[in-house]
Design a protein around this ligand. Structure first.
Ligand code: C3B
Length: 837
């Protein structure tokens, strides 16, 4: 019999065993049981989707004991922990990844086969967990995988949005958005923690209250409260026992809602109001590198931060009662400025609830938080109108003011009293509309600020925050981004993985630097042939997909020239289109021209309100219509826009690609991570000296990458001199012809004038220097085509790209964070059974 102890059931005889899975725990049995007992289906009623669901539950079952044990070990050993706070996690599908990390993929496939199921097919029924926009959200997902694999006591925290990133349709060439109700068929991966709920306060006012001894404190009263409920997602490490936790919060109305209205008899009104509070976690804001400044977004941020800090502090208090230990035991990594309201929130808790003095609270706070900056794009820097901020979080606004006052006092004393300098450093902007600058708050309130690539960090230090860098010279550092080899090579490219493993063994999946060894086979012609066969195999899969989706016939021998990422003007999909039209013109001038055939593939979403980016999508589709249906063109050139780009689609596209387009205007792409995924799958990069492209070039060698365009400093100089795009247009006949075609509605005869704004913008401003880089891009593309002709040499370059990509593993990135910033060490779970409970 189990005994009850403080409400917890302990010492059960059949429950809570520490044993590994018992022998009877076969995947087939679990699978069958879930089909029957969880889903209540039989042979006749079972659907493929049921099979996916039941299999996922069976796989999850296999993680449960490790998951519990991991959490228990972290609890018992009580090491310093790291908490990764992110408003976005772009997880993609979880089933295949879990099977690979549990080292159970092949076995599971065979077992299912015996039961008449096809694992590859079942996997297709999983809906992407798309709780993020682009690079930042996917980075968070890669880091979760690495933190678990490195056995770090790490915890992810986020929001369980009911609607993830919208589904993109293309209608008449235009992007149209549909809601992504990803939970419609339920979610086998997350577990509701029924007893884990926190109250989150909003609005209200601040009251000054006096203690009997005359000292005073501030109380935040008359608030409107919401509950945060926890859902946990297991994060299994690769071939280790550790299963870490991703905790996502969902908003729920407080159960004792609206008593006054209840009493007045407005029962229905009161219940209906419930919905309002639950909208907080309804939907992910669909912007990437762009801030909308909406009230609901600030609500989301605080909702998430408040619940998370309550949870972190609860866990801390289980083992500790001295607040000074907090920074020794807890490190909180802020993924961009989105969770930065955590800084005043911790101050509030320490001062108002825990009653520490300001200095002590500040000491603890600034030793707990670290901040990653992910962009220097000005429209992405978060600032909150102080009225909005103060209305929702009155006490926090006071605290921010006080942080700022003390900070500026300090600056005046020790650094500069120059008004202009102070204004730049101030957390609150001056002027008629005062704003809270979240990046400034992040820098002042943390002990480490990191950029995500070398150039990006340099720009942060010298151009964006030079005074902060002088005040805190040791605070700024670089951790170059990385990607997880499990998902992006091992799972996405099984054929390449097999080929690599056949030569160097499997260790590279855990230690990507091992790939270096395949350089030894560069001169082996048979190996190179196999390498090309793998690429061809992947290409054929993509060709089928394109045929199915877009009904376009693609030449398997063409260069697969691919640009997939969010649409943003700075990423310059437009420059790519200008190249396509240039090629088209060459064909039209001479339909018999001998040229290296190309398939130019685009994919990506534009923020729903980002008109200019959406028009680039329309232009691509308009050009595709003309090019793909022109008999002169044949299979020399094809343009393909694949709708609804996602993690899952990326896994199909990237392994099939030859050329990776990383063509942002230099200085604006903080890092890029797609660039790493392509190179890791043997595509060669064409790119500017921007973000991590620079470091990729350093690693793979300049002869194995195609670099073009202005350098970051040259862009600045050009603009300082007064950039005149019209001059480029007038002096370059090929460019002029391309632009004139667009302007004269060549690609859109039925909708004349739709590209006028785009053309005017280019001719008069061209903020992202498309014209300035045009010729250099075209010349470099010609070089690409030339080199592609020599398939043997191309294959060598492809092999070098993969062999030298080791640095860009997220394992390397995460261990740098662990050493340079978090000071967190692995907790290795031994193979034996733990006796603790
Ligand atoms: C992105 C940047 O635009 C990328 O260069 C970078 O590789 C990733 O972050 C990851 O660091 N980013 C984003 O996706 N969303 C933002 N709001 C800011 C940056």
């Amino acid at each position: 019999m189990a005994k009850k102890n403080n409400g917890k059931v302990v010492n059960g005889s059949i429950f809570f065993t520490d044993k590994e899975e018992p022998e009877s725990f076969s995947i087939s049995n679990q699978f069958a049981e879930h089909l029957e007992f969880t889903l209540v289906k039989d042979r006749i009623t079972v659907t493929k989707d049921d099979a996916y669901y039941a299999l996922s539950l069976a796989v999850r079952d296999r993680m449960v004991r490790r998951w519990l044990r991991t959490q228990r070990e972290y609890h018992i050993k009580d090491p310093k922990r790291v908490y990764y706070l992110s408003l976005e996690y772009l997880m993609g599908r979880l089933l295949g990844n879990a099977l690979i990390n549990l080292d159970y993929y092949e076995e599971c496939r065979e077992l299912l086969k015996k039961d008449g199921y096809n694992l590859e097919e079942i996997k297709e029924y999983e809906h992407d967990m798309g709780l993020g926009n682009g690079g930042l959200g996917r980075l968070a997902a890669c880091y979760l995988d690495s933190m678990a694999t490195l056995q770090l006591p790490a915890f992810g925290y986020g929001i369980r949005y009911e609607y993830g990133i919208f589904a993109q349709e293309i209608e008449n060439g235009y992007q149209v958005e549909y809601a992504d109700y990803w939970l419609k068929n339920g979610n086998p991966w997350d577990i509701l923690r029924r007893s884990l709920q926190y109250r989150v306060k909003f609005y209200g006012r601040v009251e000054k209250k006096v203690y009997p001894d005359g000292t005073y404190y501030f109380d935040w009263v008359d608030t409107d409260d919401v509950l945060a409920v926890a859902y946990d997602v297991p994060v299994p490490g690769y071939k280790v026992k550790n299963v870490n936790n991703l905790r996502l919060w969902q908003a729920k109305a407080v159960s004792d809602f609206e008593f006054s209205e209840f009493n007045r008899g407005d029962y229905v009104e009161a219940v209906a109001k419930k919905n309002d509070s639950e909208t907080i976690s309804k939907v992910l804001y669909p912007n990437d590198t762009y801030v909308e400044g909406k009230f609901l977004r600030l609500k989301q941020q605080y909702f998430f931060v408040s619940a998370t800090l309550q949870d972190i502090i609860r866990k801390f208090k289980i083992n500790h009662d001295n607040w000074e230990d907090f920074p020794e035991k807890v490190c909180i990594q802020l993924n961009d400025t989105h969770p930065v309201v955590a800084i005043p929130e911790l101050m509030r808790i320490l001062i108002d609830q825990e009653r520490l003095g300001w200095e002590k609270a500040w000491y603890i706070t600034t030793r707990t938080f670290a901040y990653t900056n992910h962009t220097v794009v000005p429209e992405a820097l978060e600032e909150w109108n102080e009225k909005i901020f103060g209305e929702l979080l009155p006490r926090h606004l006071q605290i921010v003011y006080e942080i700022n006052r003390r900070f500026l006092e300090d600056v005046k004393k020790n650094y500069s009293a120059d008004e202009a300098v102070l204004e730049k450093l101030s957390i609150i902007s001056s002027g008629p509309e005062k704003r809270v600058r979240m990046a400034n708050l992040a820098i002042v309130g943390t002990f480490a600020v990191n950029g995500v690539a070398e150039l990006h960090t340099h720009i942060l230090k010298t151009r964006i925050f030079p005074d902060f860098n002088k005040i805190y010279p040791k605070k700024f550092l670089c951790v170059t981004n990385g990607i997880t080899p499990r998902r992006w090579i091992r799972a996405a490219n099984p054929e390449l993985s097999k080929l690599i493993t056949s030569k160097i063994g499997e260790e590279w999946v855990r230690d990507l630097s091992q790939l270096k060894q395949i350089e030894n086979f560069v001169d082996d012609a048979a190996f190179r042939k196999k390498w090309r066969e793998v690429k061809m195999h992947n290409r054929r899969l993509l060709i089928d997909y394109i045929k199915n989706e877009n009904n376009i016939d693609v030449n398997p021998d063409s260069i697969f020239d691919v640009q997939v990422k969010r649409f943003h003007e700075y990423k310059r999909q437009l420059l790519n289109v200008l190249h396509v039209i240039t090629l088209y013109n060459r064909i039209k001038d001479n339909p018999k021209i001998k040229m290296v055939p190309r398939t130019v593939i685009f994919g990506g979403k534009a923020a729903p309100a980002y008109y200019a980016a959406k028009m680039v999508i329309k232009l691509i589709n308009s050009v595709a219509d003309v090019v793909n249906n022109d008999p002169d063109v044949g299979d020399k050139l094809k343009v393909v826009f694949l709708k609804n780009y996602s993690v899952t689609l990326a896994e199909k596209i990237i392994p099939a690609s030859d050329l990776s387009e990383q063509i942002s205007v230099a200085g604006l792409e903080a890092s890029g991570t797609g660039n790493m995924k392509f190179a890791a799958n043997g595509a060669l990069t064409i790119g500017t000296m921007d973000g991590a492209n620079i470091e990729i070039r350093e690693e793979v060698g300049e002869e194995n990458i195609f670099i073009f365009g202005l350098l970051a400093e040259e862009v600045v100089e050009l603009k300082a001199k007064g950039y005149n795009p019209r001059k480029y247009y007038e002096s370059n006949p090929s460019l002029k012809r391309v632009i004139d075609m667009i302007a004269s509605n060549y690609f859109n005869p039925k909708e004349p004038g739709i590209f006028n704004d785009m053309i005017n913008g280019l001719m008069n401003v061209d903020y992202y220097c498309v014209f300035a880089d045009y010729q250099s891009y075209i010349d470099t593309q010609d070089k690409v085509a030339q080199e592609f002709l020599n398939q043997e040499e191309w294959t060598k370059k492809s092999i070098y790209n993969v062999a030298r990509i080791g640095k860009f593993s997220s394992d390397r990135a995460v261990s740098e964070y662990a050493k340079k910033i978090w000071n967190v060490k692995p907790v290795k779970l031994n193979n034996g059974n733990s006796n603790h409970d």
